[in-house]
Design a protein around this ligand. Structure first.
Ligand code: HGY
Ligand code: MN
Ligand code: MN
Length: 403
């Protein structure tokens, strides 16, 4: 049996190709417990059931599909189905579809696993709705306090507790889940590569070596709301101008240090064309090679942003919303996997993953599939069918070796 293909795509990707399309932004907007995400969850349950897998949700809204029933020391493969706003087709779903396809190939070949195996779909990996990345895996591992998570609010004022309750995940049960974590013997996440690493290496596949330290910070700049027509330029305390000065300083600080810093989201209050805002909030994503460098970068940015605010008669506060320390994947598992797949290269990444959260708890590895555009978090993200098929075959072989 070969990998299932429909209309030039892995069949699983074809089946969900219309779910959560975003006509306004382009690409896909699939946010946790919103209609597209619910449809994807139902699709996953149905597709897993077709393979005879037993599907269950854990106390944090992560989905598990068990081959042969739940058990300990399991080999777990999977990724996420949610997306950034206006995201691509592959970031997350490729890992889930490939995991199901790899199991289908093993089943078709008559292979019988000698240890438990599961496909997992982690909830809210992108943090697009509630702001904190890798929320499902963070909750499971206890990396974030459940009380804080329950109180997170989306753009419409819905708390995470309310959203979870509405879709069958009791809010009081959210939090560290030692029982589920203890079932995982090894975790492998296959993911589309999100940069040009594999193009440069001329390889369809790689294993992950490390993930940059990264986090998210909310920057609130407060000034004085006033009239756009009657307020002299010299009389203004305009937080938008202060934020603009701050954003340039963010770019310059990261460039000087050879780090990465991005402002991808901005919110002005009250948000009228003819109104000088009273407050502007921007969100900073900052990433560096190690934890100390990332902390230093954000400390420097904080000083620049506060100086920019003072220069405009405003004030600025910087609040951490999420933090992920540098990850170095288990070298023994990485090397074993790379060797078993014909000596594929190892690649560092600047993108965060649930595998990064799990790496501190269980032996964890990642497989990257080449992205010929080198672009991700955009509708232009891509992976060819040949490379996706190579990824499925690699995951099948990895599973065969571990099961
Ligand atoms: O933001 C990230 O690095 C990831 O793609 N969630
Ligand atoms: Mn992503
Ligand atoms: Mn992802």
């Amino acid at each position: 049996m070969t990998v299932a293909v429909t209309a030039g795509r892995l069949t699983g990707l074809h089946e969900i190709a219309d779910v959560g399309r975003d006509p306004r932004r382009g690409g896909y907007s699939r946010h946790v417990w919103e209609p597209a995400d619910l449809e994807l969850r139902a699709w996953f349950a149905e597709r897993a059931a077709r393979l005879g897998l037993t599907v269950e949700s854990d106390r944090n809204g992560n989905l598990w599909a068990w081959w042969g029933g739940p058990g300990h020391d399991a080999v777990v493969v999977g990724s996420h189905l949610d997306s950034v706003p206006g995201g691509g087709e592959f970031d997350g779903p490729l890992g889930v579809v490939s995991a199901l396809d790899a199991i289908a190939l093993l089943q078709a070949s008559g292979f019988a696993p000698s240890r438990p195996c599961a496909v997992v779909v982690f909830a809210e990996e992108e943090g697009s709705r509630f702001g904190v990345a890798c929320l499902g895996s963070r909750l499971m591992t206890g990396a974030i306090a459940a009380d804080r998570v329950r109180a997170l609010v989306d753009a419409d004022g819905v708390t995470l507790a309310e959203a979870a309750e509405a879709h069958g995940t009791p809010a009081r049960h959210l939090g560290r889940d030692d029982e589920t974590l203890a079932r995982i013997g090894v975790f492998i996440e296959l993911h589309v590569e999100q940069g040009r690493g594999l193009i440069d290496l001329g390889s369809p596949l790689a294993v992950a070596s490390s993930i940059l330290a990264h986090g998210r910070w909310r920057i609130d700049v407060t000034g004085e709301g006033n009239h756009a027509g009657t307020t002299a330029m010299s009389d203004r305390r305009d937080p938008m101008v202060a934020a603009a000065r701050g954003i340039l300083a963010v770019r310059d600080a990261a460039a000087r240090r050879d780090d990465r810093a991005t402002i991808g989201r901005l919110h002005a209050v009250p948000g009228g064309t003819n109104v000088i805002p009273s407050r502007v909030t921007v969100w900073l994503d900052a990433r560096s090679a190690d934890d100390g460098d990332a902390r230093d970068l954000v400390a420097e940015i904080t000083v620049h942003v506060q100086d920019a605010a003072i220069a405009e008669g405003c004030t600025a506060t910087v609040t951490e919303e999420s933090w992920s320390g540098e990850v170095r994947f288990d070298p023994a598992l990485r090397d074993r996997l790379a060797a078993s797949l014909g000596g594929i290269p190892a690649l560092a990444t600047g993108a965060g993953h649930d595998a990064g959260t799990l790496a501190g708890h269980v032996p964890t590895a990642m497989l990257f599939v080449r992205n010929p555009s080198g672009i991700s978090h955009s509708p232009d993200e891509h992976a060819t069918l040949d490379d996706c098929s190579a990824g499925v075959a690699a995951l099948r072989d990895a599973l065969r070796g571990l099961l």
